[in-house]
Write a protein that binds this ligand. Structure first.
Ligand SMILES: [Fe+2]
Length: 308
């Protein structure tokens, strides 16, 4: 897939939202060059002009900072890591319809934003696997420590409280099954994985298997250039222990063939967006997934999410 590209100078203020949303409906992704002046405030002007109902990043697992109300940094995973393409908050019941990215500071090397078309990708998955996921759904299992670490958010910052009863209540209100294992919170989310897209009615793949399945470690090693891993001192003995899993909805594991077919379909349908400072990328999160390539140097990409 390729995103629609728009030159912001050719859009009048009054038709700005209309033009962008029309392109989004056609393509699922709109890349607007030089849409804002490179400041966080101006990014927020852009995001609020197309996303009517901005939402909080609630219950999400990524480490990120809230810069202004409902404008966040992209996730703070270590720069050496390739972040696999995923659909934002696909494991929650409050998945946003839209997600917008703004490039405030471009990395010296790398840091591009890969995106992938969930409708096209689904057509390339083995039919048996698709049927199984449609029938059973997906089960995401997360284990949250109390505090954040370099890779994972802890339950205190995920739910914004250190009161364990309150945490359990908030988690269950989100439609999850939750339990305490000592000081670790285990959260289990049962989600669909494939939906009928609200506009086109076509089946669309929306999932975070790529981020939650233990094979992500193998994938990250395979996709990340050796120079990035070496610079960060990363090797097989220093990788973190996975604290999550993704299975079929009945709890049975995906086979190696299943997960390799999914990785292959992602690779086939990924398009790399190399955003420049001031560029704005809007995605239909029920259609198009996003990720991040590893980078060097300072990088600041801002994120807002929400609904029409
Ligand atoms: Fe994300």
């Amino acid at each position: 897939m390729k995103p629609s590209r728009i030159n912001v100078n050719e859009i009048s203020n009054s038709s700005y939202k209309k033009v962008i949303l029309e392109e989004l409906e056609k393509n699922g992704a709109v890349w607007i060059r030089s849409a804002f002046n490179g400041t966080i405030e101006d990014f927020e002007r852009c995001s609020t002009s197309v996303i009517s109902d901005l939402t909080f990043y609630q219950g999400g697992s990524s480490l990120r900072e809230e810069l202004t109300k409902k404008t966040y940094t992209a996730s703070y995973y270590p720069p050496f890591m390739t972040l696999p393409v995923h659909h934002e908050l696909a494991y929650t019941s409050n998945m946003p319809r839209l997600i917008a990215f703004g490039c405030v500071k471009k990395a010296t090397h790398g840091g591009q934003t890969p995106i992938a078309d969930g409708i096209a990708l689904l057509n390339d998955l083995p039919k048996e696997l698709v049927t199984k996921i449609k029938d059973k759904g997906l089960l995401y299992i997360r284990k949250l420590n109390a505090e954040d670490n370099e890779y994972f958010r802890g339950w205190k910052s995920t739910f914004g409280t250190d009161n364990k009863e309150e945490v359990l209540k908030l988690s269950e209100e989100g439609g999850n099954t939750s339990r305490w294992i000592g000081d670790v919170l285990e959260v289990t989310h049962h989600r669909s994985g494939i939906i009928s897209h609200p506009d086109s009615g076509q089946d669309s793949w929306i999932s975070q298997i790529t981020a939650y399945h233990p094979s992500v470690i193998e994938y990250v090693f395979r996709k990340t250039p050796q120079e990035y891993l070496a610079a960060a001192g990363i090797n097989a003995s220093t990788t973190p222990e996975m604290q999550s899993d993704c299975r079929f909805g009945d709890g049975t594991p995906l086979t190696k063939e299943d997960i390799y077919a999914i990785w292959e379909a992602y690779d086939k349908h990924t398009y790399i967006c190399d955003l420049s400072e001031g560029d704005f990328l809007l995605l239909d999160n029920l259609w198009v997934g996003h990720g991040r390539l590893p980078f060097k140097g300072d990088r600041l990409v801002t994120v807002s999410m929400g609904n029409y």
